[in-house]
Design a protein around this ligand. Sequence first.
Ligand code: UDP
Length: 389
Amino acid sequence: MEIISIPKRSDTKTILTLFGTRPEIIKLAPVIWAIERHSDKWRSVTVSSSQHTGLLRPFIREFGINIDHDLGVMTPGQTPNAVLARVVEAIEPLLFAERPDLVLVQGDTTTAIAGALAAFYARIPVAHVEAGLRTGDRYSPFPEEMNRRLITQLADLHFAATDKNVGILLAEGVQKKCIELTGNPVVDTLKHILAHSSISTPLSKLLDSLWDKKLIVLTTHRRENFGQVMSSHLRALRRFVERHEEIELIFSVHPNPSVRAVVDAEFTGVGRIHCIEPLEYADFIHLLSRAWLIVSDSGGIQEEAPSLGKPLLILRDTTERPEVLECGVGKLVGHSGEHLEKLLEESLIDSTWFDVVNAVENPFGKGDAGDRIASAIEKFLEAREEALL
Ligand code: UDP
């Protein structure tokens, strides 16, 4: 009988990082860079689910990330169930082939919950970047609030951005030794971009032509705002722009057809409203930094606004980032166009909000989250190795 020898695993640890959407790569890029700085002892494997192909690709290029495996799961009109099923199925053989020592996921996307679940089923430890965010409403944002709660159940290691996030995890029974306070890596990315990139010529031309205007930067594409809510927000913005000649609005329009339909209905042919295709990160950050006011339903922009010292009207009725309200940078608009219009008018006549925002200290960290996460991973892998000996 021939006895087969199974090759011994080397001392090199493999860390598999999974992402599939724009916000995930924005926040994981500094973590991947930090992991790659440890290439003497770690092997970094990057996997894109391509949950959002078109929006994701330019960011991967911009951040210089090399994709080792692309699961290519995106289909037109995909539902969260379809994405979940396709990612779980596609990643399983990869987990067996790569045999990672740790799977890293970020945030609350369907890609992240699928990756965490598949890793758990394969008995591979899971680490969660941006852990402990909660709105308290399981349907808002949907399905992200439930995704992040479930990822907490699956994860072995939780990277929390703020003290509040740590408190939430502890209250849910996560052990203190499994939580690391790191700040949010979006601050690292933003700082990196501001230090190393310049604005593109087309955006620079547009901004130069608006130099003496008060600029509103708008993004909105959350599923729970589709339809009536989004229409009433856009109508309120249109009326505000029409009333005030000094206001110009730039809207980065998400490719989702539900967004495009509302934009066509509410903004077509309106002067001083500029609808543009989504920008690469460097341009978008330069655009935000030139804003008078930001209006958005995005999660990441709630962290970027205090980092840039810009006031933000949040097109949601709840936020999982109460820090942005408490520090004075953000105000919750809710679902009503009338309320949005009232807040816009107030912003124009009362500058005290802008003074508060200018002096704010960023509650989301100092820009060293990537390194803090890498150090915590190192500690975790060493402790695990000792426990297995
Ligand atoms: N963003 C970008 N270009 C744009 C619009 C947004 O780079 O044209 C960035 C923005 O700075 C933020 C992220 O995309 O970091 C937000 O993504 P999204 O709103 O899709 O997700 P969320 O933040 O709500 O999870």
